[in-house]
Design a protein around this ligand. Structure first.
Ligand SMILES: [Zn+2]
Length: 534
């Protein structure tokens, strides 16, 4: 058998353009405005229809027009004439502020809250240690739980950002959860500087949320705006747009069971996070050939987040760098630069990674091209292996390919035309099927273990191959453009392969990036160098 690599998974959907990091330098304005849109994963999704493929080599950085009928005031592109944020037609006009935060924040703080006026307009107040919440929505247990959620979130913000609880002792946020905006206006809860907004808005320690289609998404928005408030207060800034919104999305994505709050989750299923939709945004964009390189995400301008897509991509970038075991430390330390909202923030982040940025680019592509609920970033992370020329080594080489990990480097640098015999042996667990609890018993749910050999099990497929199939790829980290790990060949139990291009040889067992943790065992891969065609 002589197999040539086939591009079965293929680099569909990701633009091949390499953007030089220097291009990151765009004069972007930061602000505390945000316009978080709910996205449904269901067929009736309000998200944008698929647009025609963009053929330009470098994607336009100007956001597309939103489908939504109205744009909120907010940050204007520098080419647009500045508009004063005006909410009330007859109210005093407020000029754009030269400094983004101090003015509105100060005004919001001075705003007096008149308890009798609130009651007269049907606005109820729930007060917790960290959150005072005003709402015109009839109180239920979920709304009553929000101060507790916010208390717990504050503790987790402190842990995450390494800020001492003592330092935030007097930090308290006042949030309006709004059904009928007019009631809040008449009750005097909306500062004049508050522009029109569609979903959520943070002005210093004041948060404004419009009612959302799911309880999850209402909490999510509260935590999102809360993250902005926290960062602006304790880091004097929140970085450029991708970072500011990415961090807010990172920490706002949560699990709450009524007692325990966990921030910074990777939802395992869309039903955990109704109307969140960030995974769907990335998947849809990739399917529509609008996948983004990470450098492109970092170039979002101050107006990009008028489109919900920018939230999806900003979340993806923050999540990837934050959760990857090799990239996390540098990413988290970069919060030190949050006061810098210019493109320099991103340039210095890339520079800090240095040579490792090649790995960031490589694995980012795998991440977004294979985006899935529950994507296991840690198990998909590719461990460093010293690279050696295969031609200089003994012909016979043996590797253990772990079934519970993503791509694994052999460290063998192979060259075009090499012929290699591959033999793969061993059984491993590729899937555990959770059976329903049998009727009439209260015992543990039974799980059925699927074992596989390197040929795979054809009961289920992923990426066009049976689960468990041994896959091979060749990548050259330093190359520009798409990573070779997106061009995959199926080896199965073995055969002779001819190397189509120079690079390092990688193997993995075929599986969903969300289902690696349940796997167990290895494939033993024996290689034998047969020769080289010239
Ligand atoms: Zn935001």
């Amino acid at each position: 058998m002589n197999q040539r690599f086939q591009s079965a998974i293929g680099p569909r959907g990701l633009k091949g353009s390499l953007l030089v990091c220097v291009l990151l330098l765009l004069g972007v304005l930061a602000g505390c405005e945000s316009k978080e849109t709910a996205v449904s994963d269901h067929a009736s999704s309000p998200s944008s229809p698929v647009e025609a493929k963009d053929q330009s080599p470098n994607p336009p950085l100007v956001p597309r027009e939103s489908d939504e009928p109205q744009h909120s005031a907010g940050h204007q592109e520098s080419s647009s004439p500045p508009e004063p944020p005006s909410r009330q037609e007859d109210g005093p006009k407020v000029a754009p502020l030269p400094i983004q935060f101090q003015g509105p924040d100060a005004e919001a703080k001075q705003l007096q809250v008149d308890a009798e006026k609130l009651l007269a307009h049907g606005i109820r107040t729930i007060a917790g240690k960290r959150l005072i919440l005003h709402t015109d929505i009839p109180l239920d247990d979920e709304l009553r739980s929000l101060p507790e959620v916010f208390d717990k979130a504050t503790t987790q913000f402190c842990d995450y950002f390494d800020v001492e609880l003592q330092k935030v002792a007097d930090w308290q946020v006042r949030a309006c959860v709004i059904q009928d905006l007019e009631k809040f206006e008449r009750a005097g809860l909306l500062p004049q500087v508050l522009p029109k907004f569609q979903h959520g808005y943070a002005l210093g320690d004041r948060i404004f949320l419009k009612e959302q289609p799911s309880e999850y998404y209402r909490r999510h928005l509260l935590l999102h705006e809360g993250t902005h408030s926290f960062m602006l207060r304790f880091f004097q800034g929140a970085g450029p747009p991708w970072y500011m919104e990415g961090m807010a999305e990172l920490l706002a994505t949560h699990h709450w069971d009524g007692a325990k709050l966990t921030l910074n989750t990777f939802p395992a299923d869309k039903n955990e996070v109704p109307f969140w939709g960030r995974v769907k945004i990335v998947k849809d964009d990739v399917a529509a050939q609008k996948g983004k390189m990470i450098e492109e995400v970092m170039q979002y301008g101050s107006n990009a987040h008028l489109n919900v897509e920018a939230y999806g991509w900003s979340w993806a970038a923050a999540k990837f760098l934050d959760q990857h075991p090799q990239f996390q430390a540098i990413f988290r330390k970069h919060i030190e630069h949050a006061g810098d909202s210019s493109g320099q923030f991103s340039i210095s982040l890339v520079e800090t990674y240095g040579e490792e940025w090649f790995k960031v680019r490589q694995e980012w592509q795998l991440f977004v091209m294979n985006m899935e609920y529950g994507y296991d970033i840690a198990r998909e992370a590719i461990e460093d292996v010293e690279v050696q020329q295969y031609a200089d080594l003994p012909s016979e080489q043996t590797f253990q390919v772990h079934a519970d990990r993503g791509w694994q480097s052999t460290g063998l640098y192979v060259t075009q035309g090499m012929k290699i015999q591959v033999t793969a042996t061993g059984r491993f667990v590729i899937y555990r099927e959770q059976a329903d609890d049998p009727e009439g018993t209260e015992g543990q749910a039974q799980s059925t273990v699927w074992e596989s050999e390197a040929g795979g099990v054809s009961i289920r497929y992923h990426g066009g191959y049976p689960l468990g199939t041994l896959l091979v790829a060749i990548d050259n980290l330093q190359q520009t453009g798409l990573t070779g790990l997106l061009s995959t060949g199926a080896i199965g139990t073995g055969g002779d392969i001819e190397i189509p291009q120079d690079g390092v040889l990688y193997f993995r067992v075929n599986d969903s990036p969300a289902e690696l943790a349940e796997n167990q065992g290895n494939v033993e891969v024996k290689l034998s160098l047969l020769g080289q065609d010239q």
